[in-house]
Design a binder for this molecule. Structure first.
Ligand code: MG
Length: 392
């Protein structure tokens, strides 16, 4: 396998989109276009490095995005130049000697299939240079400035160039040197090779590898992406907790202090309801239980608000790319009446879990004087959650 570096050209200002955000940062299904593009290249094992070329004023934002999507270890960000050719030249200067091939790709082509990237790499490894392209299928018209047709262009043998455009690293450097020497400006890498008289091979690609240029393209790209989305992975989790009721402690449940003559005893605030919810979430993401994350032998958790622990647990789930769909919680207590406090608790719990309050359902039950909860020796809580994976 020949190692390759990808240069993602995202230097454009995207003026045709008519928006203030450059098109490469516009979101498709909630994820920036540039991130979709990088994700496709990350799925190709031969691509061992990615150089992202962006306008200098968007450098910080790009770095922040790469960190957010955990691509920061694999990508280098460089400031682009005035023209695409300048940007790619700057990117090319960063390519290290261990890369045999360089794959240049438009940042605004987020739908490139990893298998198609690999086909271009294979063709370039054989022929020296290969680009993805599709045969022209519509009838082409040459049009005058007054929008009248001058003539029909023979479309036989005409192809539309796309990216990736993959070239042996040394050859691409030579092509740039020759173009610079001659003052030649091309709109893609293949044209620089053509200018120098080198052969470029075509790899037939797909119409779905569209370049996001106009607002209409966004709609089309979203529809196509929707089809490719894997269905989310669903995980269920269950949590149970109980604490003893004693005099001289406040009764904390669901992050709220409830007026009562007894309170729950524990190392933290002993909020059994919130503990059950934490355990259910940890269970769903396969991360053990609350005792493993916040041992009661650790003095830093003494008296800590369990809502702080819940927010931490929700953060762990987010790191594992899981979001809470819903939680169903039952508190078992003979007294006091809890239902009047549920709306407020719902809000507190939802905020800690970063979900809508409607995702948290609270129920109360007594055990009709039976058992330890019935004798008011303690309060227990059960929680069940459903979590869904979300794209990284
Ligand atoms: Mg507990």
């Amino acid at each position: 396998m020949q190692k390759a570096t990808a240069i993602i050209a995202a230097g454009g200002a995207g003026l045709r989109m008519g928006a203030s955000t450059p098109k490469q940062f516009t979101e498709l299904l909630g994820v920036p276009i540039l991130i979709h593009t990088i994700r496709a290249f990350r799925q190709v094992p031969a691509i061992t490095a990615i150089i992202v070329v962006v306008p200098a004023e968007h450098r910080e934002h790009t770095l922040a995005l790469l960190t957010r999507y955990h691509f920061d270890d694999h990508c280098t960000v460089v400031n682009g130049g005035k023209l695409r050719q300048d940007s790619v030249r700057i990117g090319l200067a960063q390519v290290t000697d261990d890369s045999t091939l360089v794959a240049v790709h438009d940042g605004a082509r987020p739908l490139i299939a990893p298998a198609d990237i690999q086909r271009c790499l294979d063709a370039a490894a054989t022929h020296g240079a290969a680009i993805m392209a599709v045969p022209v299928k519509d009838t082409l018209k040459a049009v005058a400035a007054d929008t009248t047709i001058r003539h029909t262009v023979e479309r036989e043998g005409l192809w539309q160039a796309q990216t990736p455009q993959v070239v042996r690293a040394g050859l691409l450097k030579e092509a740039f040197a020759k173009a610079d020497q001659d003052g030649f400006v091309g709109t893609d890498e293949a044209s620089l090779l053509e200018h120098g008289g080198w052969q470029v091979s075509m790899v037939e690609g797909s119409e779905t590898n569209l370049k996001i240029t106009r607002p209409d393209d966004l709609l089309m790209a979203e529809a196509l992406l929707m089809q490719k989305q894997p269905s989310p992975q669903m995980r269920i989790g269950h949590g149970f907790d109980a604490h003893r009721l004693v005099a001289g402690r406040p009764l904390i449940l669901g992050g709220m202090e409830i007026p009562h003559e007894l309170g729950l005893l524990g190392h933290s605030d002993a909020d059994a309801l919130t503990h059950a919810l934490c355990d259910a979430i940890l269970g769903a993401i396969g991360a053990g239980d609350i005792g493993r994350h916040f041992p009661d032998s650790d003095p830093q958790y003494k008296g800590i608000s369990s809502i702080t622990l819940l927010a931490h647990v929700a953060g762990l789930a987010a790191e594992k790319h899981f979001r809470l769909c819903n939680a169903d919680i039952t508190v078992v207590a003979q007294r006091p009446k809890l239902a009047p406090h549920f709306p407020a608790m719902q809000k507190i719990l939802a905020e800690a879990c970063r979900v809508e309050p409607s995702a948290i359902n609270l129920k109360a039950s007594t055990t009709e004087q039976m058992g330890y909860t019935g004798r008011e020796e303690g309060i227990s809580a059960h929680a069940v959650v459903l979590m869904a994976s979300q794209p990284a």
